[in-house]
Design a protein around this ligand. Structure first.
Ligand SMILES: [Zn+2]
Length: 214
């Protein structure tokens, strides 16, 4: 528990340091147990949070430990945990380039960079939903299964992972591929990997892990 609190605070500071969250933007959470989440509080700068500022809630969003209100985007987090047993952490931020794609209504589903294909996969665009409302989970409903990162139209980015590090790394990778994609669009046109190139990529990754062909 102490380790998870420290890890969540470190993740908040990392996002703040990277410029992925302005002012009090962004919210993060991770599972503490079957019906317990550790979540960031509402209205606080992510760069200034301390371990004791974090709140513990159940999967209904009721605060069971800590002072203050949980993030206003908690319904989005709860939706993800209820739908995805494999998810242990949820990270939401507004990184500038990826959020720019979200504002422009352009998804990042084309396989343009090998490491993104292997570690994040296609990044779809969830239709616009008023932040902090139940409309946000509804906008994720058609996409939640089978994706690890989402652009929230005219808003920002949501990433999930088995643990905090995985969700945080995915957020960094989404912003990175958005920047690269933007430069490629300025220079010409991003080249998507072919189906054969994607298959070869997964074969090579399996070989590196020492697995045999399925
Ligand atoms: Zn947001």
């Amino acid at each position: 528990m102490t380790d998870l609190r420290a890890a969540l605070v470190a993740a908040c500071r990392r996002l703040d340091g990277l410029g992925f969250v302005a002012a009090t933007d962004g919210n993060l959470s991770c599972r503490l147990g079957p019906d317990r989440l550790l979540v960031t509080p509402s209205g606080r700068s992510k760069g200034e949070l301390e371990a004791n500022d974090l709140l513990v809630t159940d999967l209904e969003g009721r605060v069971v430990e800590g002072d203050g209100r949980p993030s206003s985007e908690l319904p989005m987090h709860l939706f993800v945990y209820r739908r995805r047993d494999d998810v242990g952490a949820v990270v939401h931020a507004h990184p500038p380039a990826a959020s720019g794609f979200a504002v422009a209504g352009i998804d990042l589903t084309e396989p343009v960079m090998p490491e993104i294909v292997l570690t994040v996969g296609p990044i779809p665009l969830a239709r616009y939903a008023t932040p902090s409302t139940a409309d946000v989970p509804r906008s994720l409903e058609p996409l939640i299964d089978g994706h690890q990162a989402f652009l929230l139209e005219s808003h920002g980015v949501l990433c999930v992972g088995r643990h905090l590090t995985e969700a945080l790394h995915r957020m960094e990778r989404v912003e990175h591929v958005a920047r690269v994609d933007l430069v490629a669009r300025l220079l010409g046109r991003p080249r998507a990997l072919s189906d054969g190139e994607v298959l070869a990529l997964f074969d090579a990754a399996r070989a590196l892990r020492g697995e045999r062909e399925p």
